[in-house]
Ligand binder design. Structure first.
Ligand code: SF4
Length: 241
């Protein structure tokens, strides 16, 4: 059984083509810029078995051009057995399956789950001092898991949220680029602009975050472009498309 926070029936952001997204319940990272803090609590959500969940997702399948499923969270690696079973069953039914992870968790389940998927979307919170942004993170663990992805025969997308004053230091972006350049199968490096759309959610939940409480400037396209340039990521000669 797995704990499910919510299902999104249609997305074009969470992997190639159009797809459903399953947000699993429970995340130990505690990111202070999280847009989904209601997914943190491990005891909340709806309990479902993988077969029932896939039956539910089947209703949306006719609306997807090339049926894709992204297993997100929360942190999918925090429910390793369920995530593995869901990926295996979904692939048998012809879904293209992506797993969207912060890279949290022990190496072996991480390796097993990512090997089972068709695409890994990996969100690094900060390449030097992640605990400032994600108190539940462990940089060594993140990097160990990241490096194991180099052995996979599937594409990886790396995502990084640019937060002015928190994750936009030149040395951080340069280090992010060094990390990105380690993977021969890295298909995309996406620097995403922070936005404070989740501010009201945090307030309603009675949570405090210096990022949402502070006066955050809007991230401009120029800042994103500059950040991408600072990474100096060299796109490998790799494409799954
Ligand atoms: S890893 Fe994702 S879901 Fe978990 S706290 Fe961070 S942003 Fe939120």
């Amino acid at each position: 059984m797995g704990r499910i926070q919510s299902i999104q029936s249609f997305s074009t952001f969470d992997g190639p083509g159009s797809r459903c997204v399953v947000f699993l319940q429970g995340c130990p990272m505690g990111c202070i810029f999280c847009h989904n803090p209601e997914s943190w609590d491990f005891n909340s959500g709806e309990e479902l078995d993988a077969q029932t969940l896939l039956r539910r997702l089947g209703r949306f399948r006719p609306f997807l051009s090339n049926p894709g499923l992204t297993v997100s969270g929360g942190e999918p690696l925090a429910q390793p057995q369920f995530t593995l079973e869901l990926i295996g069953r979904a692939k048998t039914q012809g879904w293209h399956v992506a797993v969207d992870t912060s890279g949290w968790g022990p190496l072996e389940p991480f390796r097993e789950i990512t090997q089972a998927a068709d695409l890994v979307i990996f969100s690094i919170k900060h390449p030097l001092t992640p605990m400032r942004l994600a108190p539940g993170s462990n940089l060594q663990n993140t990097l160990t898991n990241w490096r194991t992805l180099a052995t996979l025969k599937i594409p990886v997308w790396l995502r990084y949220v640019l937060i002015p004053g928190w994750s936009d230091e030149p040395e951080s972006l340069q280090t992010l680029g060094v990390i990105a350049n380690e993977l021969p199968n890295l298909e995309r490096l996406e620097v995403l602009p922070f936005n404070n759309l989740a501010k009201d959610k945090w307030l309603k939940m009675g949570k405090e975050s210096p990022i949402f409480n502070g006066a955050q400037r809007k991230v401009t396209e120029e800042q994103i472009l500059r950040a991408e340039q600072l990474t100096a990521w060299r796109r490998p000669n790799y494409s799954s498309e």
